[in-house]
Design a protein around this ligand. Structure first.
Ligand SMILES: O=C1O[C@H]([C@@H](O)CO)C(O)=C1O
Length: 551
């Protein structure tokens, strides 16, 4: 089956948290329309860029794009951006059931509101390994009042103007800013209006006695979140499109780019409603960003009936232990385990550091900060445009990794910006060790959600402190590791991944924090590009590919 969509993407004034601001909408909405399909279906999305003064690219997050690497929608990597007024057609197969996402992938556009969910159901006659009565999808995000332009200009200024914590948290596109906190005078009463129905809380109406599958995903620009439903435990059953051994939690920790399915039983006192809350963890936003609130409405109570209790407070922001414990607790589900290869062909240890490069704050991997080129890598590689990016190989490990002190303020004076890439031998098994470190501030190490395009990886382990190349691999879980496309790197910790380089194309691997990727926190992998089919001319037209585009 083929699902066809026509999307009109433009800027509109929206008030998702009562404050009026320009947002990027799809057919008038943010979040955009959910894509519902069945395993094996083809999705065709004709995207028209009506942003007028801004380029665009749309990424299908978690979809591997096997045989269609040019449809990955990553600006500078798999395509030239779609120009204002142009229409670009994405066409791809959703080859696995589960919960996925889509979002803008050009500059920092995602945080302006261009995002939505992709739900892929099983083929007819096949059943999930768990039972539920209803299926609902909730996307969490954070929301800033500054435009992406102001933020981008601040990040690339010297001295840096950091984006700071978001003004609001949104649950399925809805939040509530306290308009009285706005600096007076506001001459326009519509600038922030608490009674605007656009910012009435998201309500999830549920029927007592039933079981719900909630597909919870996060597309925050910055924030790591904890998500909770007052009085209800959540049983995690799916993560990034893979079934997991059920894990019961009260707080679901979720990082930008991750998707989870949780089951909840509607088994509490039925005469009232309950709070759904989300709050920031891993960064101190207690003074700046109020928790996001939504309502679990027990039918037939009125959806506007306010829960009689205070919203449950989330866990404290700076306690890493429960977050690490939850990461470690999630394992592949019995009966659905894809066993990883027991050995790898190549090990790349990525030291994550914040650096000062020529006076600018940047993020680097092994002292290299990614500077995106004009010409998309996929085209450059396939068409042998050798001058469009630095052809020198990048290091699999820093020479001084063994002696590097991850607890000291980073002082990597030899860090540079580069557009060089990692070339992987086709069909080989690659291990990636993400190693966290101190930032340029004393006693500070941040949480980074790492997302890989074009593949799922096995998560072989998480640890605290410095990765021990000789001993830590002996503790890898090679029995039932979960497969994911996005994984957290915890403060002062390491995360070990394994994947098979079996998808011909050019694939981005990056921190899913908008500002951090903008500041260079990513790498590009190439594998088997010679076996990619003829590239569509629609992805060309920029940089050195100008002559390749035929009308
Ligand atoms: O990349 C970042 O920069 C700031 C700060 O370290 C410098 O202002 C911050 O909190 C980040 O996550």
């Amino acid at each position: 089956r083929v699902h066809r969509f026509k999307w009109d993407v433009k800027y509109e004034f929206k008030s998702p948290d009562c404050y009026k601001k320009l947002a990027i909408t799809i057919n008038g909405k943010t979040p955009g329309p959910a894509i519902l399909a069945q395993q094996g279906d083809t999705v065709v999305v004709e995207v028209t860029n009506n942003l007028v003064t801004e380029n665009l690219a749309v990424h299908w997050h978690g979809i591997r794009q096997i045989g269609s690497p040019w449809s990955d929608g990553t600006g500078s990597v798999t395509q030239c951006p779609v120009l204002p007024g142009d229409t670009f057609t994405y066409r791809f197969v959703v080859d696995r059931p589960g919960t996925y996402l889509y979002h803008a992938h050009y500059g920092m556009q995602r945080e302006a509101g261009l995002y939505g969910s992709i739900q892929v159901s099983l083929p007819d006659g096949m059943a999930e390994p768990f039972a539920y009565d209803y299926d609902k999808s909730i996307i969490l995000s954070d929301w800033y009042y500054q435009s992406t332009y102001e933020q981008a200009a601040g990040l690339s200024s010297n001295p840096i103007v950091w984006v700071g914590e978001p003004q609001s948290l949104l649950i399925q596109g809805k939040g509530k800013f306290d308009c009285s906190k706005l600096a007076p005078p506001s001459s326009d009463p519509s600038a922030c209006n608490a009674t605007n129905p656009e910012c009435s809380a998201y309500v999830l109406t549920v029927v007592p006695g039933k079981t719900y599958r909630l597909r919870i995903s996060s597309l925050t620009a910055l924030s790591a979140l904890s998500f909770q439903i007052e009085g209800h435990n959540m049983t995690i059953v799916e993560a990034d499109g893979h079934y997991v051994e059920p894990v019961v939690v009260q707080n679901l920790f979720i990082y930008s780019g991750e998707t989870y399915s949780v089951l909840i039983k509607i088994d509490q006192e039925p005469s009232r409603n309950y709070w759904i809350t989300t709050n920031i963890v891993a960064r101190n936003a207690t003074a700046t960003t109020p928790p996001g609130l939504a309502v679990l409405n027990y039918y037939p109570n009125h959806p506007k009936k306010v829960p009689p209790t205070d919203p449950p407070a989330g866990p404290i922001w700076n306690d890493v232990a429960p977050r690490l414990a939850q990461s470690q607790a999630i394992k592949a589900r019995q009966g659905y385990i894809h066993t990883p290869p027991l050995e790898s062909d190549r090990v790349i240890v990525f030291l994550n550091t914040q650096n000062n490069i020529n006076g600018y704050v940047r993020w680097s991997l092994n002292n290299v900060s990614l500077a995106l080129p004009q010409t998309p890598y996929l085209v450059a590689l396939k068409e042998n445009l050798h001058h469009s990016f630095d052809q020198r190989p990048l290091p699999d490990q820093l020479p001084d990794f063994a002696s590097y002190d991850i607890y000291r303020v980073a002082n990597n004076t030899n860090a540079t910006s580069s557009n060089a890439i990692y070339k992987l031998k086709f069909n080989t098994t690659v291990d990636i060790i993400l190693q966290n470190a101190n930032t340029m501030d004393e006693n500070r190490s941040e949480t980074h959600p790492w997302h890989l395009h074009g593949h799922d990886f096995w998560v072989l382990g998480y640890g605290t402190g410095k990765f021990d190349i000789n001993n830590d691999p002996k503790k890898y879980n090679l029995v039932n590791p979960i497969m994911k496309n996005t994984v957290p790197l915890h403060p002062y910790g390491w995360t070990a991944l394994r994947f098979i380089a079996d998808n011909p194309g050019a694939w981005l691997f990056h921190c899913h924090i908008e500002a951090h990727f903008y500041m260079g926190m990513g790498v590009v992998f190439e594998e088997g590009v010679e076996s990619v089919g003829k590239l569509p001319s629609e992805i060309m037209g920029c940089g050195e590919t100008k002559g390749f585009k035929r009308p």
